[in-house]
Design a protein around this ligand. Sequence first.
Ligand SMILES: [Zn+2]
Ligand SMILES: [Zn+2]
Length: 124
Amino acid sequence: MATPAHNANGHRRRELTKRVKAEETHCALCDKPVDKTLTYTSGEHGPKCSRLDCKGCIPHPMRGEVDEDLPRSRGGSPYDRKNCRLMHRDCNNWKGKRTIAEARAKLHGETLAPLPKPRPLGSY
Ligand SMILES: [Zn+2]
Ligand SMILES: [Zn+2]
């Protein structure tokens, strides 16, 4: 199996992705914990499928994914640890081309509930 030169950056990105997933536990957007065991909901290979971006399986919407705070299209580096954060797949999709700060502002502006959320016991 050959390793073309243009894959060098892919390797760098994979190493950083691994590091972010190891270091972060909560979604940078919604602040909820990320279940790192989630991969796919269903499909050809089932939840055990370990292929990244497998075409035959449906990614779990709450699985953890690593994305740039400042998107690549806006000059953000996909190799800078400080620019890469752990997020739920759904949150990441929703974030789109926004920065995390922009997405959070929009998130809180749009979904601010009229009633305060009940806090779990023991959180005071
Ligand atoms: Zn989230
Ligand atoms: Zn699969």
